[in-house]
Ligand binder design. Structure first.
Ligand code: RIB
Length: 358
């Protein structure tokens, strides 16, 4: 049998293809018991320094790697989270994932990131896969109402948190933004700039977040007691491409029939609309002002920097992960439903209109 890299018999015996180095191999190599090796790995304070150094040298020389699956089966803790995003194409969700991942990295946890692509069937498949993998917790940005499914998972010992959708009661946990207030902020900003013909670009039947944004805009218009037309244009999706389609519809209208301001249900849609308007020579904001939602990095960098309603995506992700921690350590999280406040970030896509404030 070919000698191993170091020429030792132990190495050659261990370099059999497909046979991972075990705790017993390390014990034999170090001249200690398997229990001592386990203590060096899990409770080094219980082992003398001389033995600890011998075991650590053998671990390095043999290339021993802990068998997390075996540890998981023994302890029941996988130290793994399932993170199910609604749309990985949307930088809002990848920024949220960054907040969860930083939390996991700080604790040596693993995350399984998946994308439901706003498809309920796909969402259900991934929730089942996470359960089969026996993750310790699941953070999900849901497409619709999956409260019952989450309670079922919790009854099987899996902590769950809804991200980006407000839950209620004491059987679930959630992290969300006050989207009604976000819609109010966007509409009030446009009203204060003097706009009276405003279009909301979003399908309130798509996701509850969009419905709440429209409701907030409607509340602000009603509270203003001003003669305002608030129309709704429903994009086929919440993407740049769907925004471009809405932009084409707008430029096909005679300027006199166009709204003077658009409130897009997210930044991706706003960016798509802006591409078409600018290509058609429409001046932003002087002919049409635009407000987006999420304040993703591209909003700041777009051709005409986009006014947007900021969601603290990173902080929302970390907050969801902290709720999981509380659930797993038995501390009753308070509150169970964390609601962040939106922030209006004003940029060139709305200011610059020579209108006296109302
Ligand atoms: O996925 C649609 C939208 O809902 C995202 O843009 C983000 O705003 C989320 O809340």
């Amino acid at each position: 049998m070919a000698a191993g890299r170091h020429g030792g018999r132990a190495d050659s015996a261990l370099r059999q293809v497909g046979r991972p180095v075990s705790i017993k191999d390390v014990a034999r190599e170090s001249g200690v018991s398997p229990g001592t090796v386990s203590n060096v790995l899990n409770h080094p304070e219980r082992v003398t320094e001389a033995k600890r150094l011998r075991v650590e040298e053998s671990v390095r020389r043999l290339g021993f790697v802990r068998n997390e699956s075996a540890r998981h089966l023994r302890t029941g803790n996988s130290h793994t989270l399932g993170l199910l995003l609604l749309d990985v194409w949307n930088p809002f969700f990848t920024e949220m994932a960054r907040g969860v991942e930083d939390w996991a990295f700080d604790r040596g946890w693993t995350i399984l990131i998946s994308n439901s692509a706003r498809q309920p069937t796909r969402e259900a498949i991934y929730l089942n896969l996470f359960a089969e993998r026996r993750v310790d917790g699941i953070i999900v940005a849901p497409h619709g109402d999956i409260t019952e499914r989450l309670i079922d998972l919790q009854n099987r010992g899996i902590a769950t948190v809804m991200a980006d959708q407000r839950g209620s009661g004491d059987t679930t946990m959630s992290v969300s933004l006050d989207d009604v207030h976000g819609g109010e902020l966007a509409a009030t900003h446009l009203l204060q700039l003097g706009h009276r013909r405003i279009s909301f670009i979003g399908d309130p039947n798509q996701v509850t977040q969009v419905r709440d944004r429209l409701f907030g805009a409607t509340k602000a218009v009603a509270a203003s007691n001003l003669p305002v037309q608030l129309g709704v244009l429903e994009p086929t999706d919440l993407t740049v491409a769907a925004g471009r389609d809405i932009g084409e519809m707008i430029v096909d209208l005679p300027p006199s029939e166009r709204s003077t301001a658009l409130f897009a249900s997210n930044d991706l849609v706003a960016i798509g609309i802006m591409q078409i308007l600018l290509r058609a020579g429409v001046r932003i904001p002087h002919e049409i002002a635009i407000v987006g939602y999420d304040d993703i990095e591209f909003a700041r960098q777009s051709t005409v920097p986009l006014t947007s309603i900021r969601q603290p995506a990173y902080e929302m992700g970390r907050s969801a992960a902290q709720l999981i921690t509380a659930a797993l350590t038995g501390e009753p999280p308070t509150p169970r439903h964390v609601v962040f406040e939106p922030e209006l970030v004003i940029r060139e896509s709305t200011i610059g209109r020579d209108t006296d404030p109302v």
